[in-house]
Design a protein around this ligand. Structure first.
Ligand code: NAD
Length: 371
């Protein structure tokens, strides 16, 4: 698609009743960013900021629109009083960063008056967000400050572990993962913590990563079996846990899977929406990615709340187990894809809130959260 045709925001294929799309430019610092607020029905729109060297401006807009809608669904399914938003900064995270650029971004976020709360995503570090925080309080994922929540990865991993247990219960009728084999694609921040949880619970691990050191470390630490990155999705296991890349579940890979369950932390695992049904047709239970990987945003939400409460976080992360069981049961009843059912439940939650809450009440809700 050409760059210009793709910039017709209201008719854009990824535009989904978004409330606000802000195009930010600061010629002095070189900042070019798009902030997309999909919904504030459940609270201020929260979602990370991504810095990426986009092919063209249209690709950046597409990413911002898709990701912000995803955040609305993710936050709704995690039971958070947060709406969905996302920011993208157009640029190369390796060469185009400067403190001035992030201060400028912070000013734009601040101009939205708390309607959008930013945090880290691909290409953005904690130190970048610390600079953003010089210009706005509407930022989370910081290392310092009274409610700082730190690295979200261990919480994402714990939520994913709970989600794997739910999938095992539903699909295999077993409590726990002891004696089961899990194939781990990716041993990064989340993957490593997830390996630790699974190993402690008695699962056997098969692992792959393009980083050979991480693989050797997992072999040594967890007695894992290493296979190549080309093989990892297709080994004969109880659970495949994608924890690296998006779009790994597609019409080429799905027919070759030997697992009965796909449950991992990676974002956007389905190449296309229809791949959810393809998984069902192959009798493979899929844990929707934005539900199972919500542990990190739950932890960030506690920071946004301004009084980080570890017990509240643990309870919400534990609830991912029940949320997924509900999705699996409803998908069976309706003979639908778990991914579609999850989208429907999220849409219902948002619509219900819009129907119940007047605009005036919604601004009070926002004040409560960001106070
Ligand atoms: P990370 O960059 O720390 O880890 C990714 C790992 O995948 C790296 O070790 C990398 O070497 C490996 N990898 C890359 N290509 C691979 C390939 N072809 N085969 C096998 N391994 C490969 O990232 P992370 O923070 O651990 O996140 C992992 C996934 O989970 C991402 O999709 C991310 O968007 C998603 N996620 C992360 C969080 C979080 O809290 N960090 C929250 C929600 C979702």
């Amino acid at each position: 698609m050409s760059d210009t045709s793709n910039m017709d925001v209201f008719n854009h294929e990824a535009f989904s009743g978004h409330e606000q799309v802000v195009f930010c430019q600061d010629e002095t610092t070189g900042l070019k960013a798009i902030i997309a607020i999909h919904s504030t029905a459940l609270g201020p729109a929260a979602g990370g900021c991504r810095m990426w060297h986009y092919r063209d401006n249209g690709s950046a807009l597409n990413d911002a629109l898709r990701l912000s809608k995803g955040m609305s669904y993710k936050n709704a399914m995690a039971g958070l009083n947060l709406g969905g938003g996302k920011a993208v900064i157009i640029g190369d995270a390796k060469t185009d960063k400067s403190e001035e650029l992030f201060r400028s971004f912070g000013r734009f976020v601040n101009g939205l008056g708390g309607q959008y709360i930013t945090a880290e995503d691909v290409g953005i570090s904690v130190s970048d967000m610390e600079v953003v925080s010089q210009k706005t309080p509407h930022v989370a994922g910081l290392n310092s400050g009274l409610a700082a929540s730190g690295d979200p990865s261990p919480f994402t991993a714990r939520g994913t572990f709970n989600g794997i247990r739910a999938a095992v219960k539903h699909q295999l009728g077993k409590d726990g993962v002891a004696g089961l084999t899990v194939a781990m694609q990716g041993l990064g921040h989340v993957g490593w913590h997830l390996c630790r949880e699974l190993h402690a619970a008695g699962a056997k691990l098969i692992v792959a990563d393009i980083n050979e050191d991480a693989v050797q470390h997992a072999v040594k630490e967890f007695g894992a079996t290493a296979v190549s990155c080309d093989e990892i999705l297709f080994v004969d296991v109880d659970v495949v846990a994608p924890c690296a890349l998006g779009a790994v579940l597609n019409e080429t890979s799905i027919p070759k899977l030997k697992t009965k369950i796909v449950a991992g932390a990676a974002n956007n695992q389905l190449a296309k929406d229809t791949d959810g049904m393809l998984l069902r047709d192959h009798n493979i239970l899929y844990a929707p990615d934005y539900v199972i990987n919500a542990g990190g945003i739950i932890n960030v939400a506690a920071e946004i709340d301004g009084k980080y409460d570890r017990q509240w976080v643990d309870k919400k992360v534990a609830a991912i187990y029940d949320v997924l069981l509900d999705i699996f049961e409803r998908a069976d009843q309706e003979q639908g894809a778990t991914s579609t059912i999850s989208d429907l439940i999220a849409q219902e939650k948002i619509a219900e809130k819009i129907a119940k809450t007047s605009k005036a009440e919604r601004s009070v809700l926002k004040k409560d959260i960001v106070a």
